[in-house]
Structures are given as structure tokens and as C-alpha cells.
Design a protein around this ligand. Structure first.
Ligand code: AHG
Ligand code: MN
Ligand code: MN
Length: 337
């Protein structure tokens, strides 16, 4: 619940307060989060009127770098985030699920900016036309290339454990931003009348024991025996099965109610479907900040060293007990293979 209006804490106030605890902080991270918040408020505006105004719903008529069909909102959200971050003066460059390569900003401010931002501008695009929840996912790294020049691809190809902050905005029955830093994870609900994200879910925790599993079970025939064994355990225990098909929405529920979300490798997609840099790393960072776990089935997601900008990896993420139960099934299968 949003605090009574006399006790509102806005996203801006919160991040400024948080960074003041670190004397060396310059406030750049706060202003970057504000700019991402601004872009997401504009995306939200389009999502809200998608059914009413012509030209928002539907396919763009093009495919992205990964050969996936783009929706009009994918393209709008992507361009908007790039343009707002280009003008932000605290962002050296961006990488997006929708673009082949990184975009390095070369204006005088950006050359001296210390952060780069990666994003999935619109997650769950197949849900746009049917009014189900969709989202935006973002990840922020400190660049490793020297200040004063254009950032480089290496700045974006860092291991998830180097993340400075990560989060998502969910365009659901209300619009929320959830973001984590190395010290905390908090949720902010958009109060539409004042256009501000306000602290509504302080210090989020992912339950250690969950009883909801989230997977595209239609892929059953393509799963390994280990994955099938785990899903059989979930069914034997009569756990609830919930799957929206938007990672943001499925992960938001997993963080709020506990449970596990998995997108495993299968016989058609040996690395799963979800992208390490734009989806798995930021979500793993959020899950760990909330006390949960995220693994590929053999390695902690945040330990992976990326080998390509659009790399895909299998993911098992959420409440510790369920992720460990999945790991046990996978390990048993490997041991008997
Ligand atoms: P995107 O819309 O950014 O391409 O992501 C879609 C992803 C993710 O949100 C979701 O978890 C998954 O695709 C659903 O895939 P399936 O339709 O194969 O279940
Ligand atoms: Mn996505
Ligand atoms: Mn997307």
C-alpha cells in the first residue's frame, strides 16, 4: 500500500537519501534512475492507451538482431530509452535487446559519464496485444574503460556480480518500479495523479520456502529428465503452476509470493531462451538482493562471464528451497546419465 499522502517518499527522495550514506557518491546513479523512471513513465502512458489509439498495438513488420518479430511498442520503448539516456549526461552508452551492437554516446558529458545501461525495453511483448502485464528490465554497470573517451563493448560485457544496480518496471494493474543496489531492494508504485514512483514495498524479501512454480510446461517433451523430475516433484506436492509469459510479471510474483521461475535449456534451445545481459543478470541480482537464488543449473548466474552481447542462458530463479530442489534433480540426472 502507498503510504498516506503526507508520508510519501518518492523514488528521487529515496535514492538521494540512500546515496548520502556513501560520502564518495556523486548522485549520478540517482539521476540515472530518475531518467530510467522518466522513460518508463512515458512507456507506461503508451501501454495504458494501447487499446484506444491506433498505431500502438501490433507488429512493427521487422525482426530484431535475434530474428524475433518486433512489436511497435518494442521499437517505441527502445528508441525512447536510448534518447532519454543519451540526454541524461550520466550515461556513457547503452546496449539493448533490440539492437545489434552497443550505442556509445560521444557528447562531452557522456564521454565523462561513469555508467553504462543495458535494457530489455519491452519484456513480454507477445502479451502486448492481449492486455496482460509487460515490463522493462534494466541493468547498470560502472564502465571499465577510461573516462574522457567513448565507452567500449567490454563495459557492457561484465559479469553480473559487478552490477551497481538493476531493476524492472512492471506495467500491470498498477505500474511499479522495483530496483536493487548492492545494499537493498525496494519497490515503488506509480501514483498517477502526481506522476511519481512512491515507495510502497520497502526492503523486499523473497520467501525462502515457496510453493508456486512458473514454467512453460508445454515444452515438457523437449526438457531433460532432470527438469521433468523437478516438475513432477512440484506436481506431486500440488504446488500451484502460474505462467504469464512475461518474465517481469512472473518474477514480480515470485519476489512477492515466493516460488521458482525457470526457463531451462531444451532440445530445441540448448541455451534456453532468455538473455544473460538484459534479462537473467538483472533478475538474478534482484533475486539475490531479496535473499533468493539464481542459477543456470550448473553455475550461479551472476558469476558468468558473458561471451556475447546477446548470449542466452538457462535460468532457475527464486526461493532458495525450490531452486535447490531443482538443482538436486538436475545433478541426480547428470550423475546417472
Ligand atoms: P521478450 O518479449 O523481451 O522477447 O521476452 C519474452 C520472454 C520472457 O519475457 C518470457 O519469460 C518468455 O519470453 C516466454 O517465452 P515462451 O513464450 O517460450 O514461454
Ligand atoms: Mn524479455
Ligand atoms: Mn523485449
Amino acid at each position: 500500500m502507498i503510504h498516506s499522502s503526507t508520508k510519501l517518499i518518492t523514488l528521487d527522495q529515496f535514492t538521494i537519501h540512500e546515496t548520502r550514506q556513501f560520502p564518495q557518491a556523486t548522485g549520478e546513479l540517482s539521476s540515472l534512475l530518475r531518467d530510467i523512471g522518466l522513460a518508463c513513465k512515458l512507456i507506461n502512458k503508451q501501454v495504458q492507451k494501447a487499446g484506444l489509439v491506433e498505431g500502438i498495438l501490433g507488429k512493427q513488420g521487422a525482426t530484431n538482431v535475434q530474428g524475433e518479430e518486433q512489436m511497435k511498442l518494442d521499437v517505441y520503448a527502445d528508441e525512447l530509452l536510448i534518447n532519454i539516456l543519451r540526454n541524461s549526461s550520466d550515461c556513457a552508452g547503452v546496449a539493448s535487446e533490440e539492437n545489434d551492437d552497443v550505442v556509445c554516446f560521444d557528447d562531452a558529458y557522456s564521454l565523462n559519464s561513469k555508467y553504462v545501461v543495458l535494457f530489455d525495453p519491452l519484456d513480454g511483448s507477445s502479451n502486448i496485444d492481449c492486455n496482460a502485464s509487460i515490463g522493462t528490465i534494466f541493468a547498470i554497470y560502472k564502465r571499465i574503460s577510461p573516462l574522457g573517451q567513448c565507452c567500449t563493448k567490454e563495459d557492457f560485457m561484465q559479469s553480473g556480480k559487478n552490477l551497481m544496480a538493476a531493476g524492472y518496471v512492471i506495467y500491470g494493474s498498477s505500474t511499479m518500479m522495483v530496483y536493487a543496489t548492492k545494499t537493498s531492494i525496494n519497490g515503488f508504485t506509480l501514483e498517477p495523479s502526481i506522476g511519481e514512483f512512491c515507495l510502497s514495498h520497502p526492503n523486499m524479501k523473497c520467501k525462502e520456502a515457496g510453493s508456486i512454480y512458473s514454467v512453460n510446461q508445454g515444452n515438457w517433451n523437449k526438457y531433460s529428465q532432470g527438469v521433468r523430475d523437478f516438475l513432477t516433484t512440484c506436481m506431486d506436492k500440488s504446488y500451484s503452476h502460474r505462467y504469464i509469459g512475461s518474465m517481469v510479471a512472473d518474477m514480480h510474483r515470485t519476489l512477492i509470493k515466493g516460488g521458482i521461475f525457470l526457463y531451462p535449456a531444451d532440445s530445441k534451445s540448448p541455451n534456453g531462451k532468455l538473455r544473460l545481459l538484459y534479462e537473467c543478470n538483472p533478475m538474478a541480482f534482484l533475486a539475490e538482493a531479496a535473499g533468493g537464488m539464481a542459477t543456470t543449473g550448473t553455475e550461479r548466474i551472476l558469476n558468468l562471464v558473458p561471451n556475447a552481447l546477446h548470449q542466452r542462458v538457462p535460468i532457475f530463479i527464486g526461493s532458495k528451497d525450490l531452486v535447490n530442489a531443482a538443482l538436486a534433480c538436475l545433478e541426480k540426472d547428470l550423475a546417472t546419465a
